[in-house]
Design a protein around this ligand. Structure first.
Ligand SMILES: [Zn+2]
Length: 156
């Protein structure tokens, strides 16, 4: 049986989670409009990166400021109820993020972490394009079927 507190908690959780998907959609649309191919949430990679650019060995994570403990206004917001519960949960998320990024970098991935609050900035498009365009360690430009997005058919 769910207590009143639990119900409230899951309501908050749903509300926050729902908002978190919006920044991800903003990023996906931008990346798509720039003409890059990507795959979503690859299960075989640590942390299930939000956007995966296989042939480029690049990943983009879109982090919700609250869930991932960003040092911005939204990230520092303290819930009125269950403050300890949330603090612990977010601390766990932050530690997990850190080790996930370390592991991915060790495997040779370049990573761009975009925070929710940054997806509202005008420079977002430029940042994404610069990140994906840089050719530090691209081995080949050959087409990889694995990186084909279901609906995207544009080649850059
Ligand atoms: Zn933020």
């Amino acid at each position: 049986m769910a207590t009143k507190t639990d119900t409230k908690r899951s309501q908050i959780m749903r509300a926050v989670k729902c908002k978190d998907t919006v920044p991800e959609m903003v990023v996906r649309r931008l990346v798509h409009s720039l003409g890059y191919r990507y795959r979503l949430h690859r299960n075989d990679l640590p942390g299930k990166p939000d956007l995966v650019f296989g042939p480029r060995r690049k990943l983009i994570f879109v982090h919700g400021c609250f869930w991932h403990g960003h040092t911005c206004k939204r990230g520092n917001r303290q819930p009125k109820t269950n403050a300890n519960y949330w603090r612990k949960k977010i601390q766990v998320n932050k530690e997990r993020d850190k080790s996930t990024l370390e592991e991915l970098r060790a495997r040779g991935w370049e990573i761009l972490v975009l925070w929710e609050c940054e997806t509202r900035q005008e420079t977002l498009r430029q940042r994404i394009d610069t990140f994906l365009r840089s050719t530090k360690q691209i081995a080949s430009s050959s087409f990889s079927p694995g990186s084909r997005a279901p609906s995207a058919d544009i080649v850059k």
